[in-house]
Design a protein around this ligand. Structure first.
Ligand SMILES: [Zn+2]
Length: 414
C-alpha cells in the first residue's frame, strides 16, 4: 500500500500518556511526499448524482475533483471501466487482522485494509466492553478522527438488549443510562458519530433524545423492541437501523416489531450487510423496495478477518472462529460480524442483487456521507468535492482507489 506512517513523530513525550496514549501515529500523507499531479481519467462510465455518463471523463487537481481538466494534466485511459465515488462505511469493527478496539497501530492497519478495498471514509465501531475501556478507546479513536484518518466513532453497545446480544458479552451489557451515554460522547471529544442502543430498555428513550440533541446518530439495534416502542424511539430522534433484520425480532404479522417501524419511516436510514450471509437476497430486496435506495446504507460490520482469511480472531473480549469467510463466536456459534469489504458489497449488489449501479452508489456512498453530515465534501463525484473514487472493471471488480487525489491502489489496467 502506498500510504505511509510516521510512527516516531517528534514531541510525543510522556505528557499525554495514560488514557489517550498520546499517539502521534499518522496515516495521512507524509511531509515530503510529492502530491499527485493533475490528471484526467477518460473513457469511463462515470456515475454522477444526475446519472451515469458513458465514455465520460473526470478531472482531478490536488485533492479535489475539478470541472475542467487542468492544463498539462496526465491522461489515463480507463475505457470500459466504471468510476464511482469512494465508499463510506458507517459500521466497521476492523480488518487486516486488526480491530478498532486495539492499539493505534491496529486501527491504522484496519483503515489501510479497507481503503485498499475502496472505503475512503469510515466510522470506527467499538463493541461492548467495560465502560472504562470504552472511554479510553474513545480517546484514542478521537485522535485519529482529528487527524482525518476516520470520520468518527460508532459505539455499538453496551446499551443493548441481552435478548439480542449477538456477538456482545452479556455480562457487560447495561441499560442505556443517559449519564453513561453522555460519558461516551464526552470521551469522544466531538467525534462520536453514532450510538447503537436498544431503546426499549430503561433510559432508552431519554438516551435517544440526548444523542439527537448532541448531533450524534441514535441507531436502533440489538433490540427486542416492539413496533410501538420503535415508533416512540424514532419520534424521540433515532434515525438509523443498525443492520436491519439482524439482532432484532423477525417481522411477524401480529407483532411487526422494529423491522416494520424502521422500514416504513421516512426519517430512518437502514443499514444492510450485503455479504450473502447476513441476509437472504429477498430480505435485501424487500428493504430496497420499501425504503428505496435513498434510505439504505450498505455497511460491512467487518471484524478483524476482513481482508485476510480464515482463522481465530478476537471481537472485543470474545473469541471468534472464521471459516470460509463466515465469522462465528467460538462459544454459542452466533454470527460475529462479517469479513466483508465494501467493494464486494458493491459487486454483489450489482451482479447478484441486480440493483442499478446508481442505486448501489447511493447506498454505498451518498447516503452514508449524508448521514455523517459530509455531503459537501464526499459521497458523490462532483467538482469541488474530494477526489475519492473507485475504479471498477466491466465485472465490477476493483481496479483502483483514489483518496483525496492520491492513488491508494494504483489503476490496474489491462
Ligand atoms: Zn457491528
Amino acid at each position: 500500500m502506498a500510504t505511509e506512517r510516521d510512527d516516531q513523530a517528534p514531541g510525543g513525550s510522556g505528557a499525554q500518556e495514560g488514557a489517550r496514549g498520546g499517539t502521534e501515529t499518522r496515516l495521512q500523507r507524509g511531509a515530503g511526499q510529492a502530491p499527485t499531479g493533475p490528471q484526467v481519467l477518460t473513457g469511463a462510465n462515470v456515475v454522477l448524482p444526475t446519472g451515469t455518463v458513458k465514455g465520460g471523463q473526470l478531472a482531478v487537481e490536488g485533492r479535489r475533483i475539478t470541472g475542467t481538466p487542468p492544463a498539462g494534466a496526465r491522461r489515463i485511459d480507463v475505457t470500459g471501466h466504471w468510476l464511482v465515488p469512494g465508499f463510506v462505511d458507517i459500521h466497521n469493527h476492523g480488518g487486516g487482522g486488526a480491530s478498532f478496539s486495539g492499539t493505534a497501530e491496529d486501527i491504522l492497519t484496519a483503515i489501510r485494509t479497507h481503503r485498499a478495498h475502496g472505503t475512503t471514509t469510515l466510522v470506527a465501531s467499538t463493541v461492548t466492553d467495560e465502560m472504562d475501556l470504552l472511554v479510553r478507546q474513545a480517546g484514542l479513536l478521537s485522535e485519529l478522527a482529528e487527524q482525518g484518518d476516520i470520520a468518527g466513532i460508532h459505539f455499538e453497545g453496551p446499551f443493548i438488549s441481552p435478548c439480542r446480544k449477538g456477538a456482545h458479552s452479556e455480562e457487560l451489557l447495561r441499560d442505556p443510562d443517559p449519564a453513561e451515554v453522555r460519558k461516551l460522547i464526552d470521551a469522544a471529544r466531538g467525534k462520536a458519530a453514532m450510538v447503537t442502543l436498544a431503546a426499549e430498555l430503561p433510559g432508552g428513550i431519554d438516551s435517544v433524545r440526548l444523542l439527537a440533541e448532541h448531533g450524534v446518530i441514535a441507531a436502533i439495534g440489538h433490540t427486542d423492541a416492539s413496533y410501538e416502542q420503535t415508533v416512540e424511539a424514532i419520534d424521540a430522534g433515532a434515525t438509523v437501523a443498525t443492520h436491519l433484520f439482524n439482532a432484532m425480532p423477525a417481522l411477524n404479522h401480529r407483532a411487526p416489531g422494529p423491522i416494520a417501524a424502521l422500514l416504513e419511516d421516512e426519517r430512518v436510514t437502514v443499514e444492510l450487510i450485503n455479504d450473502g450471509v447476513h441476509l437472504h437476497p429477498a430480505a435485501l430486496e424487500l428493504a430496497f423496495r420499501h425504503a428505496g435506495a435513498e434510505r439504505v446504507a450498505f455497511i460491512t460490520d467487518a471484524m478483524d478477518a476482513a481482508g485476510t482469511g480464515d482463522g481465530r480472531y478476537m471481537l472485543g473480549p470474545l473469541e471468534v472462529e472464521v471459516s470460509e469467510g463466515v465469522a462465528r463466536l467460538v462459544e454459542g456459534g452466533s454470527i460475529a460480524g462479517s469479513t466483508l469489504t465494501l467493494d464486494r458489497a458493491f459487486q454483489r449488489a450489482v451482479t447478484v442483487d441486480k440493483l442499478p449501479v446508481e442505486d448501489a452508489v447511493t447506498a454505498l456512498s451518498a447516503n452514508p456521507a449524508r448521514l455523517l453530515g459530509l455531503s459537501d465534501r464526499i459521497g458523490s463525484l462532483e467538482p469541488g468535492k474530494d477526489a475519492d473514487l473507485v475504479l471498477l472493471d466491466a465485472d465490477f471488480a476493483l481496479k483502483g482507489v483514489m483518496r483525496q487525489g492520491e492513488w491508494v491502489v494504483a489503476p490496474q489496467l489491462p
